[in-house]
Design a protein around this ligand. Structure first.
Ligand code: ASP
Length: 325
């Protein structure tokens, strides 16, 4: 990470907000409410620009590295779309078996190599703490795109932006998180981020996939009312945001345990009849059966719109971190 440089004699088009310029994005805990107001305002602006003109040259000349040690469809391609819509370009490393990593290169060495070619690095890695390790090795900004079961801060930002665009506000809402709350890094980041708002949070999961106790304690210490239950029906009628997650097979050490819980919750059209008329269903995707496809046509199903909002949020983050927003 670099520290913010002087704002004098900036090249044409550069606008450096010291809260973002040159900084890493590793955890949602680094943001306060005014940071979020800025990110969401810029993301909203990006939405308007994409709708009006599609691609524009805000980040012309900037190069992003997308370093993915774990599979990704949306996060990886939305960062590609984000930098390209802003006129920049991307070094895409998706399959590390084709790189020196498979020869045993350390993460810091790989990062030092890639930062010599690019202006920022997006990293997804199976180990918790890996993004912080990469950031410690890098002079350029590092963006955490998922560190194992740790955090996924850009996903939480896009989740919150989705709620804002869909509902007009986050304050006063009841958010129900459903599914794999133990390994789901998206719910870990989102629960932390929601402490900046006036919300209530319900956690609905099988017993073995409960939200980690230390996270519940952290969110509770911030003054958020939380409820843990295995029973979706107990909380569904009062839910404004239903945040569904996939049971993450790849994180289980014991496949029998996965088989026991994999079909614990399935949202169907019938489930939706018991929910509020004004509600939004979010899902970080991919889904593997926890939301029936019949729900897709329900206007409350926001998970495909959520992907699009994700591109606007990632455009905003890149522009802010690279000093052009
Ligand atoms: N796409 C999300 C993530 O990378 C959720 C998931 O994989 O289930 O964490």
């Amino acid at each position: 990470m670099t520290t913010a440089r002087t704002t004098e004699h900036l090249p044409f088009g550069e606008k450096r907000d010291p809260r973002f310029f040159g900084r890493d994005i590793l955890s949602v805990s680094q943001f306060d409410r005014s940071d979020l107001d800025t990110i969401f305002a810029v993301a909203h602006e990006m939405r308007g620009m994409v709708e009006r003109i599609g691609t524009f040259d805000l980040l012309k000349g900037k190069v992003l590295t997308n370093l993915f040690y774990e599979p990704s469809t949306r996060t990886s391609s939305s960062f590609v779309a984000a930098i390209e819509r802003l006129g920049g370009s991307v070094i895409q490393i998706n399959n590390v078996t084709y790189s020196s990593v498979s020869k045993g290169e350390s993460l810091p060495d790989t990062i030092k190599t890639l930062e010599s070619y690019s202006d920022a690095i997006v990293i997804r890695h199976p180990e918790k703490g890996s993004a912080a390790e990469a950031a410690a090795a890098a002079a350029k900004p590092v963006i955490n795109a998922g560190d194992g079961p740790g955090e996924h801060p850009t996903q939480a930002l896009l989740d919150a932006f989705t709620i804002l665009e869909e509902m007009g506000t986050l304050d006063g809402l009841t958010v129900t998180m459903l599914g794999d709350l133990k390994y789901g890094r998206t719910v870990h980041s989102l629960a932390k981020l929601l402490t900046l708002f006036d919300v209530k949070i319900n956690y609905v999961s099988p017993e073995i996939l409960k939200m980690p106790a230390e996270l519940v304690a952290e969110v509770g210490a911030a003054g958020i009312t939380q409820l843990e239950t295995p029973d979706l029906d107990a909380v569904l009628p009062n839910t404004d945001i239903l945040y569904v997650t996939r049971i993450q097979k790849e994180r289980f050490e014991n496949v029998d345990e996965y088989d026991q819980v994999k079909d614990s919750y399935v949202i169907t059209a019938e489930t939706m009849t018991r929910a509020k008329e004004q509600m939004a269903v979010l899902h970080p995707l991919p889904r593997v059966g926890e939301i029936a496809r019949e729900v897709d046509d329900d206007p409350r199903a926001a998970y495909f719109r959520q992907m699009e909002y994700g591109m606007y949020v990632r455009m905003a983050l890149l522009a802010l971190v690279l000093g052009r927003a």
